[in-house]
Each structure stands twice: as C-alpha cells, then as structure tokens.
Design a protein around this ligand. Structure first.
Ligand code: UTP
Length: 276
C-alpha cells in the first residue's frame, strides 16, 4: 500500500526567470491551476492522502496554497466564484500536507533524501510537478504505477520513448521486457542525461516514481554525478543491479512544464480540452 507522495519542489526553476525569481516554479499555473495542484490531485486520485513536500527558500506560496484562506473565502461566499475553489478545497480537506526544506540544491537525489524525515521506512511515490501528466480518461499515471508496484513490490519508474536527440535531457534506461507485457521492463542499466551517441535506448524516465525505502541509504552513499548533483538515477542503478527496478511505459500524455515549449503545449492542450 502506497500511502505517501513526495514532491521535490526545491529547484530554482531558472528556465522561467524572471517569473521564478520570487514565485516557485511549481506555482506557475496551467490555466487557473498551479502545477503542483495537478500533481497533488493525481496522487489523491491514486488513493494517497499524505503529501510530503520538499521546499526551499522562497517557496512559501506552496504552503499558503494548501491552506485555508479565510478572508478570501468569506469574500466570495455565495458568489459564482465559489465554484473555482471546489478542487483546492477538496484536496485541502481530504489530504494532509507536511513540509521540509532542502537547504542546498544538491540535486534530485538529495532532495528525495531530504524528504526521508517526512516519509520514514515505507515505500512511497514521487511526483515532479513540472512533469504534468494527463490520463486521457483512464487511470492516472501514478495509479497505473501503483498497480505495477502491487504486482512486483520493487521500485518503479515511469518511462516514455523520446526522440533520440533528446536523451541528454533525461535519465535513460535499458531493460528486458517482462513476459506477457508490452510496457514493463526489468531495468538492467540507467544513465543520467547521456549524449545520444552513448544512450543505451530512447526510453526516458519522467517525473513519476515509486521507491522502496532502502533508496535512502543508497542515496546517502551516492557520490555527486552528472552536473555535480546527487542523481536519483545513480541511486536507482544500484537497486537495478539487484533486479529491483521496473520501468513502466505509462498510458497517457506528459508535458515537460519545466521548459517553455512544454508549458505552452500543456496550456494549449488543457485549454482545448476545456479544463479551465
Ligand atoms: P529540474 O532540474 O527540472 O528543476 O529538477 P530546476 O532545477 O528547478 O529547473 P531549471 O533547470 O533551473 O529550470 C527536477 C525536479 O527536481 C526538483 C525540482 O524542483 C524539480 O521538481 N529539485 C531539483 C529539487 O527539489 N532539488 C534540487 O536540488 C534539484
């Protein structure tokens, strides 16, 4: 049973400067909803009620967003605007939120390790809110991954086939297709942001993970890798060497909202879908 979801949200979001100078990247909206709320709703739809958020300096707006706002709520009470608050009210009342701060931005692996204090010794989900997933009417991506976890009881990474010339933006896996499936692989190798010439495949890890708690000790012993950062890919490779990582090619659409192109694409997609 996966009960907690970790949201590493301490990154600087430099690609969105100056917007992210005083506003967390995770609070940038696709239409009217901040990126991190999409992530929280995805976790909530997968049955998770405990949200654990790794923040950093300048990220207080995230905490305020997942809290009551009495003056505002009083102001719009009984008006047509009240309906705009339905979804955020629903997550606030059904989920609990806890926070810890990453004091130095030493990479995604380090951010996940910082979250250990909120997670403890149990398997957990990870959502990178800047990867926005739409389930196109089926189960959410995280729910699909939880179904896979229940079968294999090991770490699960979501993957997507990307154009070969983009491997240097992602963690890339190699693996063996599991029997009777066309979408799950036992991972045999993982490389962080490889040059296209060195990439083992074009199967890229996107921002959804289920991790078993032994990952924390592995990260503690992981040296800085690509870009001088502590990479979750390097830690996962240690689990993969024991046969304990499954890659799952999810069903749904994913937008890289950490990039301007992906952000605009997501905005147009959700606008056309009529989600505003
Ligand atoms: P990114 O590298 O995409 O985010 O990290 P960034 O560093 O904020 O973006 P740019 O490149 O400067 O525009 C992926 C995810 O990992 C989190 C980020 O918040 C993002 O959700 N992260 C990354 C941390 O929480 N801490 C870190 O030290 C690094």
């Amino acid at each position: 049973m996966i009960k907690k979801c970790l949201f590493p949200a301490a990154g600087y979001g430099t690609r969105f400067l100056p917007a992210t100078k005083a506003t967390p990247k995770e609070m940038l909206p696709i239409l009217t909803k901040p990126l991190i709320q999409y992530g929280v709703e995805e976790a909530s739809d997968a049955g998770i009620r405990t949200m654990a958020i790794v923040t950093g300096r300048g990220k207080r707006a995230i905490e305020d967003h997942f809290d009551r706002s009495y003056e505002l709520e009083h102001q719009i009470q009984g008006s047509s605007k009240e309906a705009l608050m339905t979804e955020i009210r629903s997550v606030i009342t059904t989920c609990t939120f806890s926070y810890t701060r990453q004091m130095e931005m030493k990479g995604l692996g380090h951010a996940i390790l910082t979250g250990e204090t909120l997670i403890g010794n149990e398997p957990f989900a990870v959502i990178l809110a800047d990867d926005l997933c739409d389930n196109t009417g089926k189960e959410t991506v995280l729910k699909q991954m939880i179904n896979i976890y229940e079968k294999y009881q090991c770490s699960i990474v979501a993957i997507e086939e990307i154009p070969m010339d983009q491997t240097n933006k992602y963690g890339v896996i190699a693996g063996n297709l599991l029997d009777n499936t066309n979408n799950t692989y036992r991972v045999t190798d993982m490389v962080e942001k490889p040059d296209p010439k060195e990439a083992p495949t074009n199967m890229a890890i996107i921002g959804r993970y289920i991790l078993t708690p032994d990952i924390f000790d592995i990260i503690r012993n992981t040296k800085p890798g690509k870009g001088g950062e502590i990479q979750i890919t390097d830690a996962l490779l240690e689990q993969a060497k024991e046969g304990n990582v499954i890659a799952y090619k999810f069903d749904g659409k994913r937008f890289d909202c950490g990039s301007i192109d992906g952000f605009v694409e997501a905005t147009n997609y959700f606008y056309s879908k009529g989600s505003n």
